[in-house]
Design a protein around this ligand. Sequence first.
Ligand SMILES: Cc1cc2nc3c(=O)[nH]c(=O)nc-3n(C[C@H](O)[C@H](O)[C@H](O)COP(=O)(O)OP(=O)(O)OC[C@H]3O[C@@H](n4cnc5c(N)ncnc54)[C@H](O)[C@@H]3O)c2cc1C
Length: 376
Amino acid sequence: MISFKMSEEQRGYIHSVRQLAQQEIAPLALQMDEDSENFNWHYINILARENLIAPIIPVEFGGRGLDYLTIAMIVEEIAAACAGLAAAAVGTMHAVLPLLIGGTAEQKQEFLPGLTSQKPALASFALTEPQGGSDIESNHTIATYMGDRIILNGLKDYVINGAVAQFVTVCAKSNTTGKRAFQFFIVPANKIKVNMIRNTMGIRYVNTAQLAMENVALENRYALGQRDSGYLLLTQTLDIGRTLIAAIEVGIARAAFQLVLDYSRDREQFGRPIFSNQGISFPLASMATSIEAARLMVWRACDLIDKEEDFTQASSMAKMYASEVAQNVTTGAIDIIGAAAYDTGHIANVYFRDAKVCGIVGGTNNIQKMIISSLL
Ligand SMILES: Cc1cc2nc3c(=O)[nH]c(=O)nc-3n(C[C@H](O)[C@H](O)[C@H](O)COP(=O)(O)OP(=O)(O)OC[C@H]3O[C@@H](n4cnc5c(N)ncnc54)[C@H](O)[C@@H]3O)c2cc1C
């Protein structure tokens, strides 16, 4: 039987995270968008206090050990308050995933508890390179194996949390001849050079950086899994990560929708609220419907992950559809609010800019279509 009801536990989580997000995060979202030059740890302190940076981490390593469905619900709440902050948390969870799936107990014990203490800490997942993000075979970052040491060289770009991470989970080529020959490495921040901080259009709160590794020497304990075995780890990480990015997209859409619904009931033209025109209320009806549909797709994909069933197609569908919904709803919000929302200092403008990244990050919509069609 299919249930659309949250459990009591989920209801409790959502209630407390929504309260926290709306009281402590949302009121600062505009300011965080504007003052994004230097990373502001205030938000991260709030999440660390509640152990919400990476609630994916199992209880035995200090985390909350939540299922993916509950995590997606939490991510939606945070994203509805500030998508950039949700991206910082989801970026950290991407960094944790290869470790959770392919790391040894010793590696988990060494690297995970640092992300669960009250001390604010973030991690990064570094796959994309300047020459491209979609075609990972074109990656240049290379691991050279020298006895009990591994030497990493390469550039990684658009890395969320890049300049403020405690460690970066780096995907590198582990063989110059073989196809799909990769390995992941946990690289401590002090071994990585920050080349530049990206000045992004949206999700401006989160730090996004280009990173360089120049003859970074690592002991074997920093390598995840076996040499050349990282491709499976990569696809599993990306498949799961997509559902969390999709939850951010739903959060952005929801926030923009609520804003414009309230606005259209207040704003009067021709002596009555603009909502009383079907030209306004009908698009709002469509927005509300599409947000519900996107959320259900995210929940379904997460439910499949939690039940250890095949979820690859469902996660790509959820990510692609939710990104379209986020972009449509935030564009519609600007249309309905009008001139005021065209100002970069209006929160609707922030939602619009934040939503634009949704069709790019975690694999573009064309890449999602490639995955979905390959599984038809
Ligand atoms: C704000 C932000 C944060 C990010 N955070 C991270 C991060 O933390 N870690 C990380 O590793 N990466 C991150 N990325 C990178 C992101 O994952 C890549 O941008 C994305 O995978 C696309 O890569 P690209 O931008 O190089 O585009 P390209 O791969 O160069 O693609 C360009 C265009 O061609 C299309 N295309 C490519 N191949 C095909 C094909 N076969 N068929 C049809 N169309 C195709 C794409 O859809 C796209 O429209 C981030 C990006 C942004 C903008």
